[in-house]
Design a protein around this ligand. Structure first.
Ligand SMILES: Nc1ncnc2c1ncn2[C@@H]1O[C@H](COP(=O)(O)OS(=O)(=O)O)[C@@H](OP(=O)(O)O)[C@H]1O
Ligand SMILES: [Mg+2]
Ligand SMILES: [Mg+2]
Ligand SMILES: [Mg+2]
Length: 432
């Protein structure tokens, strides 16, 4: 396949080059022996190019395919929300959580694109969904809807600088693409980690959800991309809840600005930068390359001014335990309860300062629910650990093995230490 990705953010190069030069003078671990000054300059230039370019192809493809996936999800969510008879498009999994046409379709689309770009025998993908219920004979119409949705989405690939299939994918190709994402990750090599729709409950309720794609190399998250179709570029627009407010009220916002546009965030490990671009509107003829702006965590470190986020559902995180922690560190604001990894996005962008999740004892957190969000917060200047203050371990397969009680993500070290201290002080008296 010809990869036609155009680098969307040329202005990065300048920053990165300067930073690299700075770092290299402190820590020159170039172990090649340079006999003359000029040859060492050449080696440095080569080394620099390698550094700049590292993962840039992977990141470009990941951002493009997440944009495509977001556009797919918007179409499906609109039809789910406006057409109540579509209830056969939402299924219940063994744990009673929902799964939809969008979850399977995004997984197939991302799998197909990554396989085309990197070779299906090389690419390892760890993702949430499988084909078990989708391939049952009583689910034919659901499977047909998935195949149609995937083909409609892939047909738009050229608008995003990616190639589309020469002819539409058949049912077996779509099933194959979904089930190819059955890698279990691990400590060695490169693994893509995908949550095709995170916050599926929010998605079916017409609310917040995210598409999350990350890449792990030798057990560390090196790339993260988070698509948030109902999380507008500006926080103020969130007060209108989301686009359906406008759809229903038939009001039109004052300016021609893209008030309804969601966003896609991304970061590369070690860059010290995280970026956000508007969600693309595929009605336009040319959508790529897209513009991006840097994002940064909030500067607030005073607990009385800080906002914390947590899952909407009590079943996913103890609201009473986090309320106790909030009280003991002096948080005063109401918690922001949001579906999905949009919580990570809110911290990375500075819309909130703290994210806490304490699942029930025995629940094992999965890597796809966290990988993309963690790296984006870290590169935007934040801190993410378990409740014991240790980094999350993405090297042990599909679960965050060894996670100590819960997850704490903060905009900075001061708030983070306070929360960790409060967990330490109150854990024994909690019933978790
Ligand atoms: N019992 C339990 N405890 C904790 N976490 C669980 C549990 N069950 C599921 N999950 C995972 O939580 C993901 C959704 O998390 P959220 O933070 O979006 O929760 S909430 O919907 O806002 O309540 C959700 O992700 P998606 O399935 O992608 O939506 C699950 O992976
Ligand atoms: Mg999830
Ligand atoms: Mg999911
Ligand atoms: Mg799910």
């Amino acid at each position: 396949m010809h990869q036609k990705f155009a680098h969307p953010h040329h202005h990065h190069h300048h920053h990165f080059r300067n930073k690299w030069r700075l770092n290299s003078s402190y820590n020159n671990n170039n172990n090649k022996v340079a006999s003359t000054l000029s040859s060492s300059v050449i080696i440095m230039e080569e080394e620099m190019k390698k550094q700049e370019g590292e993962y840039s192809k992977e990141l470009g493809i990941a951002v493009s395919v997440v944009q495509m996936a977001c556009s797919l999800c918007q179409t499906v969510q609109e039809s789910l929300v406006s057409n109540k008879s579509n209830s056969d498009q939402v299924q219940s999994k063994d744990d009673n959580s929902p799964v939809t046409v969008a979850d399977w379709s995004v997984q197939a689309t991302v799998s197909w694109v990554l396989s085309e770009c990197f070779g299906s025998s090389y690419v390892s993908i760890v993702a949430e969904e499988d084909v078990e219920s989708l391939s049952r004979s009583d689910n034919i119409s659901l499977l047909e809807a998935v195949v149609e949705t995937v083909n409609a989405c892939l047909a738009e690939a050229p608008k995003f600088g990616l190639s589309c299939p020469v002819k539409s994918l058949g049912t077996s190709e779509v099933l194959e693409a979904i089930s190819r994402c059955n890698s279990t990750g691990g400590p060695k090599g490169r693994h893509w980690v995908l949550d095709p729709v995170d916050g599926t409950l929010g998605f079916v309720r017409g609310d917040q959800y995210a598409v999350a794609l990350a890449m792990i190399e030798d057990g560390e998250v090196v790339l993260g991309v988070l698509g948030c179709p109902n999380y507008p570029m500006k926080k103020e627009w969130l007060s209108y809840h989301h686009r359906y407010y406008w759809m229903m009220s038939k009001l039109s916002p004052s300016s021609s600005e893209s008030w309804d546009q969601g966003c896609v965030m991304y970061a590369k490990r070690g860059s010290g930068e995280a970026w956000m671009q508007p969600l693309v509107n595929t009605n336009m003829e040319y959508v790529w390359p897209n513009s991006a702006r840097p994002i940064r965590v909030s500067p607030i470190d005073d607990p009385t001014l800080a906002t914390f986020c947590e899952p909407v559902e009590k079943a996913n995180s103890s609201h009473s335990f986090t309320a106790g922690l909030a009280h003991s560190v002096g948080l005063r604001k109401q918690p922001l309860r949001v579906y999905s990894m949009v919580k990570y996005a809110a911290i990375a962008r500075g819309d909130a300062e703290i994210f806490m999740k304490f699942a029930k004892a025995g629940y094992k957190e999965k890597i796809w629910d966290h990988a993309a969000g963690v790296i984006i917060i870290q590169e935007a200047g934040g801190v993410v650990t378990d409740a014991g203050g240790r980094p999350l371990d993405f090297s042990k397969g599909i679960f965050l093995e060894g996670l100590d009680r819960g997850i704490i993500a903060c905009s900075g070290a001061i708030l983070h230490e306070k929360i960790i201290g409060a967990v330490y002080a109150s854990w024994d008296s909690s019933n978790l």
